[in-house]
Design a protein around this ligand. Structure first.
Ligand SMILES: [Zn+2]
Length: 316
């Protein structure tokens, strides 16, 4: 049995691994669809329900390639590597992990073995093999522990950001808090593309387990103000535009407002969840992961607003 807070990404992997026949067909199974969102800039959008678990992408520069996130399944990362190799023989110089969640980092080893340097905000290295165990807490199965503890860590870390050059092509990697406390976005200025990691879920409810939603909304505001005409590659869902980022920010704001109002009205526990759910359903029930995340989004928002929410402890 999986824990209630288990993200759908983990669930999809579990369900996939329990199907031996699915594994046999893994070579042919598409984990993602590729979209060229700018010259040499590719979004790899997770096929819903596949073991890829999240979106990823890559940028081909003059003298090398940079990958953004590495999926939840190594087989999906291998498929991404093959897709890159179909397009260029240039070396894969970097991987940027947008945050520590396992659906974005579990394939790191595939690209490390292909020669890439794994780059991330400092907290990603600190949390990748520890915080990812909590998805099964308090009873972490031995095979899951071994899997999480085998993840390849970033070998180059930063606090606020780093500029990466692929020859003349610049990638601006910037830390922006909200989803975990160790999130980064990757800007490709010459193509006006932003890889947002999980600071943006397109038409989908997010995982808010680690969230600071005030910081998250501020980060989304900064993305919108700084990149109003950009193409946004979300952590989950289809490629979007500024209006889609604004709609996602609107969900966080609505959730926050509804929970605060319910608490002010004296509600708590199941009654609070039911009240907020009733308010949000007309606008958001059609969004992805609604049934999976709505209840815990509400309870986690409540604990955030009353100041009792546990969050990963930053290393700096
Ligand atoms: Zn995440």
């Amino acid at each position: 049995m999986r824990a209630p807070s288990l993200p759908p990404l983990v669930a999809s992997l579990v369900s996939c691994l329990t199907l031996a026949s699915a594994l046999a067909a893994a070579e042919a199974k598409p984990y993602f669809t590729l979209h060229e969102v700018g010259p040499g800039v590719f979004a790899a959008i997770c096929v819903p329900g596949s073991a890829a678990g999240s979106n990823a992408g890559f940028v081909i520069g003059d003298d090398g390639v940079a990958v953004v996130d590495t999926f939840q399944a190594s087989a999906a990362a291998e498929q991404l590597l093959a897709a890159i190799r179909e397009r260029t023989k240039l070396p894969i110089r970097f991987v940027v992990d947008t945050h520590y969640h396992l659906d974005h980092v579990a394939g790191n080893g595939v690209f490390r073995d292909a020669g890439a340097t794994i780059v991330a905000q400092r907290n990603v290295r600190a949390w990748e093999r520890t915080e990812n165990l909590k998805w099964w807490a308090p009873n972490v199965p031995a095979d899951k522990r071994a899997w999480v503890e085998s993840f390849v860590l970033p070998s180059l870390v930063y606090d606020d950001g780093v500029d990466l050059y692929l020859g003349n092509r610049l990638l601006e990697v910037r830390a922006m808090p909200g989803h975990t406390g160790g999130d980064s976005v990757v800007f490709v200025p010459d193509a006006d593309v932003v890889f947002t990691g999980d600071l943006f879920w397109n038409t989908a409810l997010p995982n808010t387990t680690d969230a600071d939603t005030a910081a998250w909304m501020t980060s989304d505001d900064r993305l919108l103000a700084g990149h109003p005409a950009a193409t946004f590659v979300p952590g989950h869902g289809e490629v979007g535009r500024a209006a889609d980022v604004a709609a996602f920010r609107g969900y966080l704001e609505a959730l926050r407002g509804a929970v605060a109002a319910a608490r002010q009205a004296g509600l708590s526990g199941d009654a609070l969840v039911a009240e907020v759910r009733g308010q949000l359903a007309p606008r958001f029930a059609r969004w992805g992961f609604y049934d999976h995340f709505i209840a815990e989004n509400i309870t986690q928002m409540d604990s955030e607003l009353v100041g009792t929410k546990p969050r990963p402890v930053p290393v700096r």
